[in-house]
Design a protein around this ligand. Structure first.
Ligand SMILES: Cc1cc2nc3c(=O)[nH]c(=O)nc-3n(C[C@H](O)[C@H](O)[C@H](O)COP(=O)(O)OP(=O)(O)OC[C@H]3O[C@@H](n4cnc5c(N)ncnc54)[C@H](O)[C@@H]3O)c2cc1C
Length: 360
C-alpha cells in the first residue's frame, strides 16, 4: 500500500519511465534485427588500392557510389601501398616537378580517397563469387554483397631471391628499367639484364639510353622474344648477349656492386663480369588466384579486358560479365606504370557508374 498520495504518484511515474525504456529497447532490437537480416548491398567494391584502386575510388565516390575499398595489408611481402613501396623516388608522376618520395605520393592518394568519402578497410579479399547477383566478396568470415566490383590487385615482378637482394633492392638491383634506369646510380655503368623474353629485350634496349653497356644473361641458346624485339637487340651495338649463361654470385666492394660471377650452364665455366647494376626481366605474377577462374585471363594470368574499356569476360567465351571491371597492372602487361594504372582506375569507375545507371 502507498503511504500517501505523493508516494503513489512517484511510483506511477517510475513505472511509466520503465515502460517507456522497455518500449524503446524493443524498437531498437527490431531495427537491429532487420538491419542484420537484410544485408546492405554495396554499389561498388574496389579490391586493391594505390594508383588504380584509389583513382577508381575517387571517381566512384564523386559519382555518389559510396565505394568500399579493400586494401591488402601485406601482399607478397609488400606493405599496403602497393608496388611503389618497393621503390624510393618517383620521378615520372605528373604534378611533382622534381620527384616525389613514394610514401608521400601513396598517402596523398589515400587521403584523397578518404576525403571523397571512400570507406577503406585494410583487409585482404579472399574470394569473390560471380555466380549470381548481387555478387559476393569474401573477406575472412564476412561476406559482402555488391552490384559491381573493380579489381585492381596488381602484378608483382618476379624475383630471383639472390643473396643481398633485399638489402640492395633499388640501390643496385631493380625489376623496372623504365622506372629506375635513369636514376643516377645506374648511369654510365655496365648493366646486366637477366632474361630472354620480350620484357628482357625491351629493358635492355631502354637501358642503353643511360648505360655505358648492357649485357643480357640468357639461360638458353636463343631468345624467347618476338622476332622484332630480337632484331632490335641484335642491331643495338651497346648490347651483348651471353648465351647459356646464369648468374652465380654478386661481388661487392664496400657495398658497391662491382662484378658478378656468371656460369655457362653447358660447360660449367665461370667468369667475372663487371656490373654496376642488375635488372630482373623474368616476368610478373598478376594477383588473380583469388578469382578462382571466374574471369578470363591470358596464359600468364593477366585479366583480359575488352579493348577500350575495363570490362572483363567470362572464361573461354566472348561474354562480358556485367558489373565487373579490372584496372591497373593486373590487366596490363605492356605499360605497367603508376600513371597508366591511374588511367584505367578512372575508366573502371566510369564503366561501373554507367552500368549502375542501367540498373536504376
Ligand atoms: C621497383 C618498382 C619501381 C617502380 N617505379 C615506378 C615509377 O618510378 N613510376 C611509375 O609510374 N611506376 C613505377 N612502378 C610501377 C608501378 O608501381 C605500378 O605500375 C603501379 O603501382 C601499379 O598500380 P596498381 O594500382 O595496379 O597496383 P599496386 O600499386 O601494386 O597496388 C595494388 C594493391 O592491391 C592490393 N591487393 C592485392 N591483392 C589484394 C586482395 N586480394 N585484397 C585486397 N587488396 C589486394 C595490394 O596490396 C596493393 O596495395 C614501379 C614498380 C616497381 C616494381
Amino acid at each position: 500500500m502507498f503511504d500517501n498520495f505523493y508516494t503513489y504518484k512517484i511510483s506511477q511515474y517510475e513505472n511509466g519511465i520503465f515502460y517507456l525504456f522497455f518500449a524503446c529497447e524493443c524498437v531498437f532490437f527490431l531495427v537491429r534485427f532487420r538491419r542484420n537480416s537484410i544485408k546492405m548491398v554495396e554499389k561498388v567494391i574496389i579490391i586493391g588500392s594505390w594508383p588504380a584502386g584509389h583513382t577508381a575510388a575517387i571517381y566512384a565516390a564523386r559519382a555518389l557510389l559510396k565505394p568500399l575499398m579493400f586494401e591488402w595489408f601485406l601482399a607478397n611481402g609488400v606493405a599496403a601501398g602497393g608496388q611503389l613501396t618497393t621503390t624510393t623516388e618517383v620521378e615520372n608522376f605528373p604534378g611533382f616537378p622534381t620527384w616525389v618520395q613514394w610514401p608521400e605520393l601513396m598517402m596523398k592518394m589515400r587521403e584523397q580517397s578518404l576525403h571523397s568519402w571512400t570507406r577503406i578497410e585494410t583487409k585482404t579479399v579472399d574470394a569473390i563469387d560471380l555466380s549470381s547477383r548481387p555478387y559476393k566478396v569474401t573477406v575472412a568470415d564476412n561476406v559482402y554483397e555488391t552490384e559491381s566490383i573493380i579489381i585492381a590487385t596488381w602484378a608483382v615482378a618476379k624475383r630471383l631471391h639472390l643473396p643481398w637482394e633485399e638489402t640492395y633492392w633499388q640501390k643496385w638491383i631493380s625489376a623496372c628499367a623504365v622506372c629506375d634506369g635513369g636514376l643516377p646510380v645506374f648511369r654510365n655503368k655496365h648493366l646486366v639484364v637477366i632474361g630472354g623474353g620480350d620484357s628482357a629485350c625491351e629493358e635492355a634496349n631502354y637501358l642503353t639510353k643511360f648505360a655505358s653497356k648492357v649485357t643480357m644473361l640468357v639461360r638458353k641458346d636463343k631468345l624467347r622474344a618476338s622476332k622484332v624485339m630480337q632484331q632490335r637487340v641484335f642491331d643495338n651495338e651497346k648490347i651483348d648477349i651471353l648465351w647459356n649463361t646464369e648468374w652465380k654470385e654478386i661481388l661487392w666492394n664496400e657495398k658497391l656492386m662491382t662484378w658478378i660471377t656468371v656460369v655457362n650452364n653447358q660447360t660449367n665455366e665461370e667468369h667475372h663480369l663487371e656490373a654496376g647494376g642488375l635488372f630482373y626481366a623474368i616476368g610478373h605474377k598478376p594477383a588473380t588466384a583469388f578469382l578462382n577462374g571466374q574471369i578470363a585471363t591470358d596464359e600468364v594470368w593477366y585479366i583480359l579486358t575488352v579493348p577500350w574499356s575495363t570490362k572483363v569476360l567470362a572464361p573461354g567465351s566472348e561474354e562480358i560479365i556485367p558489373g565487373v571491371y579490372a584496372a591497373g597492372d593486373v590487366q596490363d602487361k605492356i605499360y605497367r606504370q603508376a600513371i597508366t594504372s591511374a588511367g584505367t582506375g578512372c575508366m573502371a569507375a566510369l564503366d561501373a557508374e554507367h552500368y549502375l545507371q542501367t540498373l536504376a
